[in-house]
Each structure stands twice: as structure tokens, then as C-alpha cells.
Design a protein around this ligand. Sequence first.
Ligand code: SF4
Length: 511
Amino acid sequence: GCQKIINKMEIQLEKHQLKKEVKLIKTGCFGLCEAGPIVIVHPEGAFYSRIKEKDVEEIVEEHLLKGKVVTHLLFKGAIDGDQVKPIDEVDFYKKQQRVALRNCGLISPEDIEEYIAFDGYKALSKVLTEMTPEEAIDEVKKSGLRGRGGGGFPTGLKWEFTAKAEGDQKYVACNADEGDPGAFMDRSVLEGDPHAIVEAMAIAGYAVGADMGYVYIRAEYPIAVARLQIAIEDARKFGLLGKSIFGTDFNFDMEIRLGAGAFVCGEETALINSIEGKRGMPRPRPPFPAHKGIWDKPTLLNNVETYANIPQIILNGAEWYSSIGTEKSKGTKVFALGGKINNTGLLEIPMGTTLREVIYEVGGGIPNGKAFKAVQTGGPSGGCIPADHLDAAIDYDNLISLGSMMGSGGMIVMDEDNCMVDIARFFLDFTVDESCGKCTPCREGTKRMLEILERITEGEGEEADLNKLESLAKTIKNTSLCGLGQTAPNPVLSTLHYFRHEYEAHVKDKK
Ligand code: SF4
């Protein structure tokens, strides 16, 4: 509904002759989806939420003309008595540290000059004029940044492998094929700050010796695609893409490739096949993309959030970045928080923040006074973590030790009313649909698992089904070709582990 509000605001600014004094900026997502559409008036930082067309006149006449904050339109957490709270003191933002999302919700994503005004392309200038490619790689290595797409592989090491790989032509690629149900981290970065990705990919190109980049993005993200296209064209006009960037001998350009909605194309080798115009099916690894990627050339592939951190690491230094987070998981992580939670939205927290802090402080707790039951992290590849582990610090290793994973950052909260067997069935249904069919364990095994789960939820299951389910799940994990099949049983295994009594109750209630 934001476009209607912008149109109305423009009419009001014109009517009151405020167009010169007030700059109206259409930004990307500011994170608190629950409260949208949001209007923020600076310099006070008054945080108006759930704004409707009819509210615009009041904001203009009271706040912009008379300087009086319209308190009844403020987000309920943005006011304390009659004091307007600055945004970073609103509960949802208090524990957050925005590195990848630094510009989202603040600048116009369609105006390169705004990005430049917020230190945009300064990191690219720094690497091209002050650093060798090896120094740039070293900085990323020292930062401790790990792949934010789910794997958690050390980013600097990946850069080094690609730089050292032999090849007359190299590529950098960006995985923007975000397909987890309930995940919208990459979409928000691309919609809110597309130049960060353009800049980071150019930096990566310089570091690994590539002169061409591809962004593989879902066609279902039309706003992200359009804004990224504008960013690429504007960067070319400003000489920040193309030949002799910043007067150096570094040339780099990039293009967009659209994905057609296959979840498996988020797997790196399937993504490469799809970029080449082939059917998006995974290839066996090795060879890894760093040696044989797009058109068999060495290719560096990172996801959107990983790239979004790069300009800040170059500008502020590896030491600054590695001072955030835990020993083995440095920096921050973006999560899409959804399900049974008061503050649905997009957040970025330092690694090491606990699940409890995210759910009760940032997320504002469970609606209608219901009890928390579990949180599912890692999308369809992840697992469900119960209330006993709410004090676990969020990092790659902790989540794996709890039978889940970081994944790309989906976080879905369940309350006492959710049936965990149904949740497992929902995610498995998704992976059965998305299995590409290339290898037998995933193609056939996930279907058999779904049949057993359906039997159980329909009251036709038997005690023996639980063991069958478990043994099938372990076989599929161990024998599937790609990450999709290797992780598809996770929601079933983790719910069997923590909520076996719910499965048993279904079996006992047999018709
Ligand atoms: Fe395809 Fe599943 Fe095998 Fe991956 S694991 S190659 S998605 S069938």
C-alpha cells in the first residue's frame, strides 16, 4: 500500500508548498513488516506505522507544518509517555546491528547519488587504488566472514581458491535465488540497497581476476530485479562498471539472469547449469565452481547477504568485523522472522545473540499470550528447536549441534497450538515438490517419507512407522547427491528427536 501513500504525500506537499523543504524518499524495507506501511519523519525519527491514505494529511499538517508529532499514529513501541523514542531505542531495533542492511529503509535504492553519499563505492575505490587483489582477499579472510547462503564456508578461502584457479576467463556470480518458504533476506537487500551488491561484486571481480559477473535472481522478485537493473545501468553511467574503473586497468561488467522458480537452482551447481541455459540440475562435486564453474571457467559464487557485508569489511577493516559475533561465527546475520510472533519482520543481529532475545525482545513474544513451542531455523533444510534451548546463542555450530542449521536465515516460530508432525509434513511436502529427480534417494525416498507422514497425520500410522521414518531419513541424508536431498529429512529428524511424543500420540489415536 505504500505507493498510494507516496502519491497522497506528494499531493499534500505540493498543496502546502513544502516540496523544496521536505524531501520525500521511497526506500526499501525497514524491517518491521508487521507495522507497514511505515513513514519515518526525520530529523526526529518519528516512526509512524500502519499508515493509511487518510493519515497523510494529518502528518503533513501537524508534523511537517506545525512541528507536532502525531502521537496516535506512532508505532506503539516508538513512544514512551509523551516522549518520542529514536528508532534505535525501539525494542525491535535495540538489539540489532545493521551491517548488511545498513542502507535498507534509509536511502532511495533507485538513486546512485544517495548510495554514494552513504560512502557507496568508496570500498571499491579503496581496493582498486590502495590494495592488491591478494590484500583484498586477505582482508576478507581475516574478517572471518562465512557464506550466508547456508553452507557457512569461509568466504575469503573461497575467494582465494578462485583467484588461484587456472583459467583464461573467470566469473563472479551472485546467488539471489532465495527460495525457502518464509525467507526474504536477499529480496530486501536487493530491493533496499542494490548498489551494495554491484559494488561488492566488482570488488570480488578485482580480487579473483574476473571481469564479468552474473546475478541469478528469481523472476518472482520483480521489484528487486528492476532496482538491480537500474543500479547496474547507473553504475555504468557513473564509470563504476565497464572499462578502466577509477582510471585503473580493471574492467568489470555484470548482467542479470532470471530463475524460473525451481528451489534446487539455489544449489550452486544447478544455478550454474541454469545460467548456462541448461536444465537446473545439480552436478556432482568435485569439481567445485572455484575450478570449473560457469562454462567450465573458475567461478566465485556467493549469496546476496555475503556480498552485502563486503564493502563494510573493506572500509572498516577485518578487525572491526571480526570483533562482532562469536569465536567461530563472526559478524552479523540477517533473519526473516515469521510465524507466531508479534513483530514479524527482517532483522540483523550480531552472531551470539540468543534465540530468547530474538523471540522475546526483538520479536516481541508470542501473540495472544500463547506459549512458545519451537522455532524452525534454516528453512526446509533446517530443524525445529524446542523451548529448552531458547538460551542457545545463535551461530553456525550451535544451530547444527541442536539438529538444525543457520540456512539462509528463515526463522519460523511455532506456539502451543502447532502440531509438530504437521510442520514436518509441510516442509517435506515442499522438498518432495522441489526435488529435481536426478538421484534416487531424494526422488523416491522423500516421497516414501511423505507417504508415511501422511499416514500418521491421518490416523492410519503404526508404531513401526516411526522407526521406518527415521531409518529412511538417515539413508536419504547420507546418500543424496546435493544439499537439497541431504538436508530434506532435517525437519522430520529434529521433530522426531524433540517431539516424538506428538508422533506417538498420532499413532496411538489411530482410527
Ligand atoms: Fe536432485 Fe534431490 Fe538428488 Fe539434489 S538430492 S540432485 S535435488 S534428486
